[in-house]
Design a protein around this ligand. Sequence first.
Ligand SMILES: [Zn+2]
Length: 461
Amino acid sequence: MPNQSLLIRDIHTLVMMDADDTVLHNAYLYAEDGEIRQVGTGSARLPEADRVISGRYSVAIPGLVNTHHHLYQTLTRAFAAAADAELFDWLRALYPIWARLDEESVHTAALAGMAELALSGCTTTTDHHYVFPRGHANLIDAEIAAARRIGMRFHPTRGSMSVGKSKGGLPPDSVVESEARILADSERLIRQYHDPRPGSMVQVALAPCSPFSVSPELMRRSADLAARYNVRLHTHLAETRDEEAYCLARFGKRPLDLLEDCGWLGPNTWLAHGIYFNRREITRLGRAGVGIAHCPTSNMRLGSGCAPVLALRRAGCAVGIGVDGSASNDSSHMLAEARQALLLHRLRHGAAALGVREALRMATAGGARCLGRDDIGTLEAGKRADIAMFDLRGAGYSGAGDPVCALLLCAPTRVETLIIEGKVIVADGQLQTLALDPLLARHRRLARKLVGGAATLPVPD
Ligand SMILES: [Zn+2]
């Protein structure tokens, strides 16, 4: 097979996101076999390539890395009964709907969610799937098939719930699994799909859902299994005051102490949310090298709170950005999410506390670090060719001065060109790997079927 090569030339502005925070103008990037080989400036003596793209009106950034999602929730966006609720009531309204998920709906939801992510500049996403209705064992497999179809770099996590209502947990018994089954399926998925090599397109992590839906024993055994296969651990933690009260009442411990007792306080763990940590806990998290998936829109939408991510970063935590599930955002726009983080922390700490490029760093290099990847997140020779390019000729950018500031200060737009592993996934703002309209028609039909009698948008037949 000949080397597949790609040259992006005449790039107006290229953000390398390297340690020196280099930004290049009139730049080029050359990639071969999915790997960046050269990044530089000027247009003389450029390497020849199989495919050449012009970046004359574009700002190019490392592909955005989404560190927390529940793709199946694209089927229950803006669900009326959960629209104005906080987390526990929101979950209680949605669990019975999610109990009807199957392979087809999860596959289609993953396709729709990943298409939306790709069109927003995202090249790598994780997903936390934890609802496994009885008889539907292969839901993660269905998601991995979707990622391959779109061409997206994917970190699926084998989520789980094992403590139902009858045992003092929050979810109904119909959506919890036995712990033996969860662990067996976790091991199967790692063995079948996890690829630890540089450039890997699929890496599996283990993700018991939350302190109020799994047992400490499952947390411990998941940590043992993850250590055995050297895969990462993920869960929701310190998301709400209700969760903290539940942990204190049931376990006599704060959420982080519970996590540490289960053997999770280490550099292979990244946590979604992390809002209710006190000062000492932030220091412990930083020392342990735990990562945080910050989900500002979801936290605002559910009224959960504001995560202390600037303090967590100062303490040494890797902090990435996550759109979170589409029933609590209800958008998978990664560029919009980076903007939301910028605005939220400026509201809380002042405009000087978080620079535009630092917010962008969280959404790229920070996310890569959360996922334990040193081969993505920056545009440097030797890294994988995951690139998002935004065309600055649109009405919303007109008159903008600094192109990098424009990306986050102006209204978020659709990506113009998206490259993943050296392959063009979006060109001229259009997804290249899948026909979007038929997919969305199928997705809307499945959403209507899933919510039963509840109101949905009209579905064309
Ligand atoms: Zn979540």
